[in-house]
Design a protein around this ligand. Sequence first.
Ligand SMILES: [Zn+2]
Length: 263
Amino acid sequence: MEFVEARLASLPQKICEFCGKSSWDTKTLSCIKCKTIYSKSDFQNLSNLYTAASSEHYVDIRYRNWFERVEAYEGILLDLIDRHAVTTAVDIGCGPNRLLEHCKNKREHLSIRGYDLYTREENICQHNFEKHPIPYDDFPASLSVCSHVLEHIENLHDIIEQMLNNSECVFVAIPNPLFYKTLMKSSVGMELGGLEGLPYSRPMDRHRWMYTVKEANGLMEHMAGKHSRSLEIYYAAPNLYALLARVNRNLFVNEMIYVFSRH
Ligand SMILES: [Zn+2]
């Protein structure tokens, strides 16, 4: 028994290339989630799963619209900019680029650029993240921010890798799609809406990923470990949710903010 456990402990954790999970029957080298069976050599060639220690904070972030969201993120972003002496920043999927504009108003030395699929204003560079890599060669940035965008992107894993490969600090905000309100809507037969539900025709934009808070944390800890960063997790849970979220964060955390930085 001891011998078997020692053998299992010595196996590196691998990521199934078919389903992207890491849950193994180590006797048969088969993925427990999707049942794919690997040969020993194929298994060895799979990507490694990493992990990193993270620190967790509950924050009373509340906003009624996107304008207020910019101010709600201010404390975390400016602290990151000051701690790591950030001078250049890009916003991946910036919308009207208010997040970095707001930071620049408070920290004038910042040089900023916003990328978005749609250009609404002059200070935005049009860019399709699904088709082309983020042009860090053209505008190097020690901070990348990506707010409520990853969940809309098919290749979100690649976008996270690009940001961590090129920026010392990365700020990511994503919603909790299984939040109480979504489950509540389902339980009383309300529509989930175009972003998460099933509309009559294919929408131009939608949330492409459904995940629990724990799953999102697992992905971000993997990315932090892989890219040798420390990870701070902020759980946004305002008002009454601040208490409920501590009991069940998968249900009651409103959104998650992940801050990656060098140790
Ligand atoms: Zn699998």
